[in-house]
Design a protein around this ligand. Structure first.
Ligand code: PGA
Length: 227
């Protein structure tokens, strides 16, 4: 099982060092921390597995505000999230840019967590399967690729998919692409055992609850001892 903490735009280098000094993930789970760009160096120094929250598809160039695979690799970063719904909704990320980012990062030797997931309106209109098929269709099959199913209506809202909804979406994704699939969207210590206990759930991508060392450790614990 893989449990990744997506810190979004929280925690500078000082808070990052404090968190990682206190963080002792249990055996039997791979814990990954994804801090903001400015805290990557401090995070790597802890010796933990560190991923970035995004990565560009060119090696270098005039791309203000972006970061390259080369820079991440030089820092000692091992992977990157691509296609997070906040990138898609707030920063104009499309299936095509997600494809470019994922392909280039994998070619460069980074691991990738590619996020997919439907909006609330899409679920209500019965379009979840179509959306997931479309978003997954651009991703390459690769041993270093992991998909995160994050229903957008469950991110940061306190609403989670039911274990049955997660299982159904994960099974669909796995039928399209033979990769591990993480669940994301309001994962907390209280709901982690049931979600992680679903057969097609291979781990979690955790936002808010990854900012607190105790709650993130508890989620890692649930992944290490699935119910
Ligand atoms: P959340 O965020 O756990 O705060 O809902 C998940 C994510 O955005 O990856």
């Amino acid at each position: 099982m893989l449990v990744a903490g997506n810190w979004k735009m929280y925690k500078g280098p000082g808070e990052t060092r404090d968190f990682l000094a206190a963080f002792r993930p249990p055996d039997g789970v791979e814990a990954v921390i994804c801090p903001p760009f400015g805290s990557l160096g401090a995070a790597v120094a802890s010796g933990r597995t560190i991923f970035a929250q995004n990565v560009h598809w060119e090696d270098e160039g005039a791309f203000t505000g972006e970061v390259s695979t080369r820079i991440l690799l030089e820092l000692g970063v091992q992977g990157a999230i691509v296609g997070h719904s906040e990138r898609r909704q707030l920063f104009g990320e499309t299936d095509e840019t997600v494809r470019l980012r994922a392909e280039h990062a994998l070619e460069a030797g980074l691991r990738v967590i590619a996020c997919v997931g439907e909006l609330n309106e899409e679920r209500e209109r019965g379009e979840t399967e179509d959306v997931l098929r479309r978003q997954v269709s651009v991703l390459p099959e690769h041993e270093a690729l992991v998909v995160a199913y994050e229903p957008v209506w469950a991110i940061g809202t306190g609403k989670t998919a039911t274990p049955e909804q997660a299982q159904e979406a994960h099974a669909l994704i796995k039928s399209l692409l033979d990769v591990p699939v993480l669940y994301g969207g309001s994962v907390k210590p209280e709901n982690a055992p049931e979600l992680l206990g679903q057969p097609a759930v291979d781990g979690a991508l955790v936002g808010g609850a990854s900012l607190d060392v105790e709650s993130f450790t508890a989620i890692c614990q649930a992944a290490a001892t699935p119910s």
